[in-house]
Write a protein that binds this ligand. Structure first.
Ligand code: F1P
Length: 608
């Protein structure tokens, strides 16, 4: 597999985006209606501004504006671009101005060419200077715009937009998923390097998009583009040229097996709630793995001199929980490192090290950088990912899929428990007990069914009513339950914006007890293994005025509120987090926050 070593230079923080792109080419004039529906499905990738361009009667027509997609649609009728080929973009600026000027599409000097882009062009300043010398005028502060001008420049020499695009791409450093329209070309160009881009092959046309769910209602046939691919799309055919191989190549059409309904909200008000409830099924799906691959992974683990687990956010918490599980079940020590902190430890990596990269999206920048650093030192990389065809699957030696289906809500819920289930399976596989693990995990089905049932949801909502005005919420646990406390506090923070903090039970006496004041809610995760110790922590908190919410199999007089979750020993993390995911969800809703699109957070964090 190919490794792209991106030398990441922060040239200009203003030009770092997380965003989504979609293009559609068809034989009829419905292109923009269909593509706009797909754009809406990409909103989770970014939603501060958006725009689109189409080709109509030999002219580029475009619209763009600031705001969420619906707001821009209301003002500009974005969905009504004429013509049979259209490209759209939804943007999420992590730094710098959100403005109409910076919204995509971007153009060449004469507005004969339009492009949308996801990624970062690192050498854009050098290229911009060269182009300015040649008389090009730039309208935005973005790195994207230089691509349009560069293609314009190359066109003089090459004479056709495809060859000009290929030549321009060869000069770019950094990452891109790119769609190009040109007034003299009845088609669309799609290119990818380091950012996600897939083709959808429908009966009535071709899609190019940042993800599959965006167009899934129109087709299940997909082509996973690889780095260096430049695709030339016509309404009923496509060809792919690879920049590195310098030739036209074949890529197979795969069929996506997911159910279309899985990518929609169904009866639920928000994706977050829907995805929490899906856990009844997703745990089972996570462990439906090819045992030959699991056994290969196990061999790699046994052979390895040092195993690292890296991830960010929720995925990192799954790694923390896994470190306890591997220790308890397989008597194996694993190093857990936040992907963003990996540079501080990477000198320990050698060719015999095994690195597990855990990421729902497979696009998280810090995780990809950790993987690239590990591969540079010749370590083996196995990733645990939810998104097939993501950059991480391309850049790992092996990958295991979580099989959780698309997770649309920005916050991770079902993929967290899928990660835990899959990691547990690996720990059991290490000691030859795969079947025992599967039996135990399948047994959780009934528990999860009750934990996500309407009646439980109502009770958790009542609890959320009581907590909705809290300024702080503390979560405590010991051992495996400490990992759950970390994930619980992240969920609460991410969606409800209440300050929540995880404390290890044993650490209270080392200072953090000072934080407990009258009526401060504290969620206590109890397991049989350390029941005595954690309940004594709960008593310490209660005697200082704290309100105790016990997540436990049995009630206890120290609890002010009790969330009943049966004891599941090593699998406690999977079931104990579910009521707190629900609690976070209801806290968000009651406080008027959108749980699917929390502020300052994007689903795929593709920036440093
Ligand atoms: C990691 C992560 C998520 C979080 C949010 C931002 O993503 O921190 O845990 O909920 O979506 O990104 P990933 O690497 O697991 O895709």
């Amino acid at each position: 597999m190919e490794i792209i070593l991106v030398n990441f230079l922060i040239i200009n923080a203003k030009n770092k985006y997380v965003c989504g792109i979609i293009g559609f080419i068809t034989n009829n004039s419905e292109a923009s209606k269909i593509a706009f529906r797909c754009l809406k499905n990409l909103e989770y990738r970014g939603y501060d501004s958006c725009g689109g361009a189409s080709l109509h009667e030999g002219m580029i027509i475009f619209k763009k504006g600031v705001g969420k997609i619906d707001e821009v649609e209301e003002k500009l009728r974005l969905s009504e671009l004429p013509g049979n080929v259209v490209i759209y973009h939804t943007r999420w600026a992590t730094h710098g101005k959100v403005s109409e000027r910076n919204a995509h599409p971007h153009f060449d000097c004469k507005k004969e060419l339009a492009i949308v882009h996801n990624g970062i062009i690192e050498n854009f300043l050098e290229i911009k200077k060269e182009l300015e010398k040649k008389g090009h005028e730039f309208k935005s502060e973005t790195d994207t715009e230089i691509i349009a001008h560069l293609i314009e420049d190359m066109l003089k020499e090459k004479g056709n937009v495809f060859d000009a695009t290929v030549s321009a791409l060869k000069l770019l450093e950094g990452s891109y998923a790119l769609l190009v329209l040109h007034k003299g070309f009845e088609g669309m160009i799609a290119a990818r390097k380091g950012s996600p881009l897939v083709l959808g092959v429908a009966e009535n046309g071709l899609f190019a998009s940042s993800d599959i769910p965006s167009f899934l209602e129109f087709t299940r046939n997909v082509v996973y583009l690889k780095d260096g691919d430049v695709a030339l799309l016509k309404p009923d055919e496509f060809r792919i040229f690879n920049l590195y191989e310098e030739k036209w190549i074949n890529r197979q059409i795969d069929t996506v097996e997911w159910d279309i309904e899985k990518a929609k909200k169904g009866e639920f008000e928000h994706y977050m709630l829907k995805e929490i409830c899906e856990q009844v099924e997703t745990i089972k799906r996570a462990i439906m793995q090819d045992e030959r691959i699991i056994n290969d992974v196990v061999k790699e683990m046994i052979k390895a001199r040092g195993v690292f687990f890296v991830g960010c956010g929720t995925s990192y918490h799954a790694c923390v929980a896994a470190s306890y599980i591997f220790s308890k079940i397989a008597n194996m020590h694993v190093n857990v490192v936040l992907a963003s902190e990996f540079p501080n430890f990477e000198h320990f990596i050698c060719k015999d090290t095994l690195v597990f990269a855990v990421s729902q999206s497979g696009e998280t920048y810090d995780v990809l950088e950790a993987v690239r650093a590990a591969r540079k030192r010749n370590a083996k990389v196995i990733s645990i990912v939810n998104v097939m065809g993501s950059t991480l699957t391309n850049e790992s030696d092996k990958f295991l899929l979580m099989n959780a289906g698309p997770e649309i809500s920005v916050v991770a819920t079902k993929t967290y428990t899928a990660q835990l289930a899959l990691l547990s399976l690996l720990a059991y596989a290490l000691v030859g007990k795969i079947d025992e693990c599967k039996d135990k995990l399948n047994y959780l089905w009934n528990i999860i069914y009750h934990l996500t049932a309407r009646s439980t949801r109502e009770k958790i909502k009542e609890l959320a009513e009581k907590l909705r005005n809290a300024e702080h919420i503390f979560c405590i646990g010991r051992g495996l339950q400490y990992a759950t406390a970390m994930e619980a506090s992240l969920k609460i923070k991410e969606v409800s914006y209440i300050h929540a903090e995880a404390l290890a039970g044993g650490e209270l006496k080392h200072g953090t007890l000072a934080l407990i004041e009258n009526d401060v809610p504290c969620i206590v995760f109890v397991s049989k293994e350390n029941e005595k110790e954690i309940l004594s922590n709960a008593i310490e908190i209660k005697s200082r005025g704290g309100k105790i919410i016990g997540v436990a199999s049995e009630n206890n007089k120290v609890f002010d509120e009790w969330i009943k979750v049966p004891e599941a020993s090593i699998f406690n993390p999977i079931i104990q987090i579910i009521p707190i995911q629900l609690l976070a969800y209801y806290l968000a809703v009651l406080r008027g926050c959108d749980p699917d699109k929390p502020r300052n957070l994007a689903k795929s964090v593709t920036v440093k």
